[in-house]
Design a protein around this ligand. Structure first.
Ligand code: CA
Length: 675
């Protein structure tokens, strides 16, 4: 009798997690994949459950291309030798650069054709892997490309989707580069190319953000690369080839070397603009279960429950198993590859709560071992979408375990997000900047905890970060409503997203003012600074590109709001305590006794490295102005949080000050002259 599939999976689950399997098959070599040399290419694949493996070489990246060109597609099959720890390898003579390949893996008498999990290049839609001479994919002066100096000391992260960035017809980017990697390489970009209002890369430079965090840019499956004339859009949280750039953002998705070159050109252009590049990596699941991982080693890479059912903690149909050594290694190998080959400056882990602490710390260690690797940022979502089945007693990298993570692995703080603007998932829910009397009072304590990067012990809730370096402060990201839409729907109760509303604008300013005056790493969604709207859409992952794109006309319309963000980014650099990522930094924040929902605090500058001896920050979440008593001394107003701001300070104020409604006020005390 044939065993049911689920029963077999329970058996395999035990086998794959056994000590015996580990001893027999844990392969630590760094030579998995295809390694090109001028006169021969070396192929190696890990497939411990296979009975035999063949390498298949093709002339084209897809069958259709061969048919279209009326040329022979298939070239040759090569027998692969079984080697140590479940690997199979073969060396093929000749110059194979630009040829495509797959593996024929036979397990339990069943043969499956698959791409290479370690592919570093591929054909259209990522179906076939490609042999590549990586040196040939380097843009001019790539060897001189470096991480911009000093950005690591002042991280301000801008979350951006590659297509959104320049898809707008008004973006000023040349037509064939709109929505593509190459859009980043076009200089002097302005709205409609008129030179009056910056757009795209010039805009980013002007704004002053130090990192761009790109939504998935590895090869994903939800956009058909064969059909790019058709309007398509997806965020890209559906990995196909982890170590290859996505093809739909390239000017040619068929020739596997083009996407590599153009991705590198994008990185180079951002670096030249003084901006670091962070990749959103989605190791927690694959596009579908019939992935290259599954076809190569069936059921090794995925979690199943005790009954043999695949778990779905990702809410995307499957969960990978980071606690199994060969996937743990795969994740580390992939991240290190992007950091070295593509000069990536940081990684954001999607649903990091589905990974285990040991894996995350090991990746940190491996990045640290690279030249200047300690500067590479690591952060992730400290939650899962649903239940998973982590094995081997592994500890999930969720918020409550943050103290088990390396102090340089950060988590998104949903505490600041939800206390500032109200619960993300409930339209009418309000928070500190948009709430009524009761709501702002309720949020006060959480906002105060956020000011300290959740690092003041007496305030800590359930989360115990080691230092502010573990906290990403944000109020909007690609998920859920844009900040503007959330404020509008929560306050107005109706969908009036295109009305310019001074009250909503002020709440937006206040929310940003808070994020930029907290300990931790500030992060915001592209366009938050110009009241980005998606017409209330909560999940635009596969909506039209027009709904998702950055609207550069709207940017011009909300220029005042952008200028306020630009000021906040610059102001943060004059208040060095805020950029401190060590635990002691929280001790340099002294809260003042403020009545009701008001929050006031002093930022000390004991190291004397900033513009001011002390800074004073007030949050007034009330819809009316409030008079407060200032601490002793002469204070220069830096911003009233509404219309007035100046990095050098405006007028001097003493004793008493009127805080504007829904505002963040900042003041500075001049340094005493040394005689
Ligand atoms: Ca793709």
């Amino acid at each position: 009798m044939v065993k049911p599939e689920s029963e077999k999976r329970v058996f395999l689950k035990e086998w794959f997690t056994s000590e015996e399997f580990l001893n027999k098959y844990y392969y630590t070599g760094e030579d998995l994949g295809a390694f090109w040399r001028k006169d021969r290419t070396q192929f190696k694949v890990w497939a411990p459950t296979a009975e035999k493996v063949f390498l298949k070489i093709y002339a084209f990246g897809s069958r259709e291309e061969a048919l279209e060109k009326e040329k022979e597609d298939f070239a040759e099959n090569f027998f692969m030798e079984p080697g140590e720890f479940g690997t199979w390898s073969v060396q093929v003579e000749g110059n194979l650069n630009g040829l495509y390949y797959t593996y024929l893996v036979t397990v339990d008498g069943k043969t499956c054709e698959t791409g290479d999990p370690y592919a570093r290049a591929c054909g259209v839609n990522g179906e076939r892997s490609m042999v590549v001479n990586l040196e040939q994919t380097n843009p001019k002066d790539w060897e001189k490309d470096r991480r911009p100096e000093g950005i690591f000391q002042k991280p301000v992260i801008y979350e951006l989707h590659i297509q959104d960035f320049s898809y707008d017809f008004h973006s000023g980017v040349q037509k064939d580069w709109q929505g593509k990697y190459l859009a980043f390489t076009q200089n002097k970009t302005s709205l409609d190319g008129k030179g009056e209002f910056f757009s795209c890369i010039e805009y980013l430079k002007w704004l002053g953000v130090t990192y761009v965090h790109l939504l998935p840019a590895f090869d994903f499956g939800s956009v058909d690369e064969r059909n790019l004339e058709k309007e398509q859009f997806n965020w890209g949280y559906d990995p196909v080839n982890y170590n290859v750039p996505e093809g739909s953002y390239a000017t040619d998705a068929y020739d596997g070397s083009v996407r590599i070159l153009e991705f590198k050109q994008m990185v180079q252009a951002l670096h030249q603009a003084g901006i670091g590049v962070i990749m959103d990596v989605v190791f927690n699941h694959t596009y579908h279960l019939n992935s290259v991982l599954q076809r190569t080693v069936p059921d090794y890479y995925y979690r199943v429950d005790s009954k043999g059912n695949y778990t779905n903690g990702s809410a995307c149909g499957n969960d990978t198993a980071s606690e199994r050594e060969m996937f743990r290694k795969f994740m580390g190998d992939s991240v290190c590859y992007w950091a070295t080959e593509y000069h990536i400056d940081g990684f954001r882990f999607d649903l990091m709560g589905l990974h285990d602490v040991k894996t995350m710390n090991q990746i940190r260690q491996r990045l640290d071992n690279l030249p200047n690797g300690e500067e590479i940022l690591m952060y992730g979502e400290p939650w899962a979408a649903d239940k998973t089945a982590m094995e081997l007693g592994a500890v999930p990298a969720v918020a409550k375990n943050v103290h088990n993570l390396n102090s340089r692995i950060a988590i998104f703080s949903d505490l600041i997000r939800d206390s500032v603007k109200g619960n993300n998932f409930i339209s009418e829910h309000k928070g500190y900047v948009n709430g009524g009397k009761q709501e702002v009072l309720k949020a006060k304590e959480k906002v105060m905890a956020s000011v300290c990067g959740l690092c003041k012990e007496e305030m800590i809730d359930k989360i115990r970060p080691l230092a502010p370096s573990q906290i990403i402060n944000y109020i909007s990201a690609h998920d859920d409503r844009t900040l503007w839409d959330k404020l509008v729907i929560s306050v107005k109760g109706e969908a009036v997203y295109n009305q310019k509303d001074p009250d909503i604008l002020q709440m937006n300013k206040m929310a940003a003012g808070i994020v930029f005056t907290c300990l931790g790493i500030p992060f915001f969604q592209a366009g938050e600074e110009f009241a980005r709207t998606k017409n209330g859409c909560e999940n635009s992952y596969n909506c039209s590109p027009k709904l998702n794109q950055l609207d550069w006309n709207r940017a011009k319309e909300y220029r005042g709001l952008i200028e306020y963000y630009r000021f906040l980014i610059a102001m943060r650099q004059t208040l060095p305590v805020l950029n401190r990522l060590d635990k002691e930094a929280a001790k340099q924040i002294l809260f003042l006794e403020e009545k009701g929902a008001l929050i006031g605090f002093i930022l000390e500058d004991k190291e004397n490295t900033g513009r001011w001896e002390q800074a004073l920050v007030y949050y007034n979440p009330n819809s009316v102005s409030n008079e407060i008593r200032l601490p002793d001394g002469k204070w220069k107003l830096i911003t009233d949080g509404e219309k007035r701001w100046n990095l050098e300070g405006l007028e001097i104020v003493m004793d008493r000050l009127e805080l504007l409604p829904r505002s963040v006020t900042v003041l500075g005390k001049e340094k005493r002259l040394k005689i």
